[in-house]
Design a protein around this ligand. Structure first.
Ligand SMILES: [Mg+2]
Length: 260
């Protein structure tokens, strides 16, 4: 009698279990979109999103690279992708440059930033865990005073094309003239940056100014001298924002630090 009662109950329970299990399985692909995250747990996916947000200026005033992105940023900077990204941007710049018809008045100007635009600090930042460590002004000063920053090859070719094409190339940097003037000139010369029109650095009067305010003032002075600023290239948004940014601006990648 007991067995006869239990049999249909068992069958009902088994049916309910199978029904619930099959529904849960069928829902899984659409329900859990993270079913296909990479074997690193999605770390590099996060870091790619972070870097994209940094480059698009959606993440601002960040002080350090997220620690979990150390290997990602290292691989990006020295594994070839950074170089390919810069080369693609320089290709875009050159196709724009080739459309410009220069005047013969010698007033066609182009602005290039220096650090991590013309010359690279990636070897310094390797010792700072590619930006996972906080900014170290005295460490950076000691590095820059060695005058050993290597040229960024694609930007050096761009520089040469601009100079040969007849542009007045203005190198505009947040570096301080008194401390870094001579070593920066030497470093640029050794790396092949020869033939620029001016190297404009911060003077005592610029102390304490934000990069945007300082660089805007420099560009304003150039405009007042009647220069036409055809292009402006920098690795920081603060190189390109503010007044008189130039006819076109080009942002080079830099996932290692942010200059406000
Ligand atoms: Mg820079």
């Amino acid at each position: 009698m007991f067995k006869a009662v239990m049999q249909p109950i068992r069958e009902l329970l088994l049916f309910l279990f199978l029904a619930i299990f099959s529904k849960a399985t069928a829902m899984k692909p659409g329900y859990d979109s993270r079913a296909s995250v990479p074997s690193d747990g999605g770390g590099s996916s996060y870091c790619l999103s972070w870097r994209l947000a940094v480059e698009a200026n959606n993440v601002r005033a960040w002080r350090t690279v997220p620690t979990q992105c150390l290997r990602y940023v290292e691989s990006y900077m020295i594994g070839g992708q950074y170089d390919r990204d810069v080369e693609l941007i320089v290709d875009q710049i050159l196709s724009y440059v080739n459309e410009i018809v220069l005047s013969d008045d010698g007033m066609d100007a182009w602005i290039l930033d220096i650090d991590d635009t013309c010359i690279s600090n990636v070897f310094y930042y390797r010792g700072k865990r590619y930006g996972c460590d906080p900014y170290d002004p005295s460490g950076f000063k000691a590095w820059a005073l060695k005058g050993g920053c290597p040229a960024i090859p694609a930007v050096l070719s761009l520089f040469n094309e601009l100079v040969e094409g007849g542009f007045k190339v203005m190198l505009v940097t947040g570096r301080d003239e008194q401390t870094f003037g001579q070593i920066t000139r030497d470093n640029l010369y050794k790396q092949g940056f020869i033939g620029y029109d001016r190297l404009i650095m911060r003077t005592a009067a610029d102390k304490g100014k934000s990069a945007v305010a300082y660089k805007s003032e420099i560009r304003k002075k150039l405009m007042e001298e009647d220069y036409r600023i055809w292009g402006n290239v920098g690795d920081q948004w603060s190189d390109l924002q503010g007044e008189y940014p130039g006819n076109r601006t080009f942002k080079l990648p830099n996932p290692m630090y942010f200059v406000p």
